[in-house]
Design a protein around this ligand. Structure first.
Ligand code: ADP
Ligand code: MG
Length: 463
């Protein structure tokens, strides 16, 4: 994909926009690669997202940038402003063959909830409370303050913030492992060496000299900054020494930053109150977001988190995000999707048929009057409003699912189900808003009981 119109090849030490010194790759998606970079002007670490440069990607980047600006310009005093990723800067450059990349600069964040779910299967109930509360705060900010619908709420798009110490260790490690190893490692660069050498060697020698000079100047600034950093009290314990580290040390060094972050997640999962209080989550990925009064697409949301109005092809609004949020919270507690639709060729139904059937099994009959105008209504229902393809249903309530799948005690299952049901109302006008959900008793329940049996005073501050 590192070709004309695709990803831009990046390697350690590239300088973008005369200030961002790249240090390692943080992630990638269908649309972009994301890099840890030191901002030599503000002297902070940042994440720069470099989208592909084909015309349709450029247009999508423009829409995403617009939305991110609205989010940045919302009232910072809103309690949910801290639970949505904030763009710090933007810039553009011409990459290979003069192709345009519209880049975004963000604060550096940590792992997403899917990573945590894969690791722990299900999350500690108090951690789920903390996460749910912040997710709803973030949604309240997006909906009420920014008038934006995210449209793709799911575990991948909710991330845990790094603490300052974790970020420092990550950066030190990225920098020092590079100094040990002059060849690009996969962690540091994805650019196929051959392609890169073609790209760089293709430049006039004057330009190559200029690039080298810039890199050196910025590298000195980075080294200066890093050499003054204290290593956080957790690993890694060894300080970089201007590139003179012993290669033998590398193997036990390069996982230290990972261990530091990893042990934090273990404390969260153990319900450690100190860790829970330090835990901040943010909603990310506005690549599919839209405005309340201007939608870009009718087909929104990732399948398992898709609301009935979207499946059937009716109007949707901010309440679509609340449906997805309920599916997400159920999944954190149970380790399973709330709805997992499957198509069947032999029984001649598709995922939409199965999805609606599973929703009805869990939430009861669907009021046909609400959905009759939907574009796909006649594909899924007959004239009397009965499912066309699937005749046999086995009803099971959310409460029962929470007892059976999530193994919650009856009383916990009942409380959680009371919290989730308002988000799963069929009528989008009756579905609870994020601000309404924030008043829910369930979010405060750990004051009374919780897996950690906390002291009352501690837990009141927790959420
Ligand atoms: P795409 O639009 O291509 O899916 P994303 O915005 O989802 O791009 O970013 C791709 C990946 O990069 C994410 O899944 C995540 O792992 C990582 N990432 C994105 N933003 C950040 C950030 N601010 N800090 C750290 N990692 C990030
Ligand atoms: Mg993504």
């Amino acid at each position: 994909d590192y070709e004309n119109g695709g990803y831009h090849p990046v390697s350690f030490g590239d300088v973008f926009h005369s200030r961002y010194f790249t240090m390692r790759k943080l992630g990638w998606g269908h649309f972009a690669t994301v890099w840890l970079a030191f901002d030599t002007r503000e002297r902070i670490f940042t994440a720069i997202k470099i989208p592909k440069s084909r015309q349709d990607f450029i247009e999508a980047s423009r829409d995403e940038l617009d939305i991110l600006q609205v989010i940045r310009d919302g009232d910072p005093r809103h309690v949910g402003a801290q639970n949505v990723v904030q763009i710090l800067n933007e810039f553009e450059f011409f990459g290979v063959s003069k192709s345009l990349h519209l880049c975004m600069v963000f604060e550096v964040l940590g792992d997403n909830l899917l990573t945590l779910l894969r690791r722990f299967n299900t999350l500690n109930l108090n951690l789920v409370r903390v996460v749910s509360k912040q997710l709803l705060q973030g949604l309240a900010y997006l909906h009420d303050e920014c008038e934006i619908i995210h449209t793709d709420i799911k575990p991948e798009n909710v991330v845990i913030c790094l603490t300052e110490g974790q970020l420092r260790n990550l950066a030190l490690e990225a920098y020092s492992s590079r100094l040990w190893d002059k060849k690009p490692k996969s962690m540091i660069s994805t650019s196929p060496e051959e392609y890169r050498s073609k790209y760089i060697l293709g430049l006039p020698s004057k330009k190559r000299k200029h690039i080298r000079r810039i890199r050196k100047k910025h590298r000195n600034k980075v080294e200066q900054f890093l050499s003054k950093l204290d290593i956080a009290d957790s690993p890694p314990k060894k300080q970089i020494e201007n590139g003179t580290n012993n290669a033998n040390d590398r193997s036990d060094f390069s996982y230290e930053a990972y261990n530091h972050i990893s042990s934090f997640y273990e404390e969260l999962q153990a319900g450690n109150l100190g860790a829970l209080k330090n835990c901040t989550i943010k909603i990310v990925d506005f690549g599919n977001a839209c405005y309340i009064d201007h939608h870009y697409s009718d087909d929104i949301q990732t399948r398992e988190y898709r609301s009935p109005e979207v499946i059937i092809g009716c109007e949707y609004d901010t309440s679509a995000d609340l449906w997805s949020a309920a599916c997400l919270i159920f999944e954190l507690v149970s380790g399973d999707y709330l709805f997992y639709p499957e198509a069947s060729d032999s029984d001649n139904y598709n995922s939409d048929d199965d999805h609606i059937a599973k929703i009805i099994e869990t939430l009861g009959p669907l009021p046909v009057r609400l959905f009759r105008d939907g574009r796909r209504f006649n594909d899924i229902f007959d004239k009397r409003g009965k499912l066309l393809k699937i005749k046999v249903l086995s009803p099971v309530s959310i409460g029962e699912l929470l007892i059976d799948i999530a193994s919650l005690p009856g009383i916990e299952a009942r409380d959680l189900s009371e919290f989730l049901m308002p988000m799963l109302q069929y009528d989008i006008n009756e579905r609870a808003t994020a601000s309404e959900c924030l008043k829910s008793k369930w979010l405060k329940l750990c004051e009374i009981r919780g897996t950690t049996k906390p002291k009352r005073r501690d837990t009141i501050e927790l959420v």
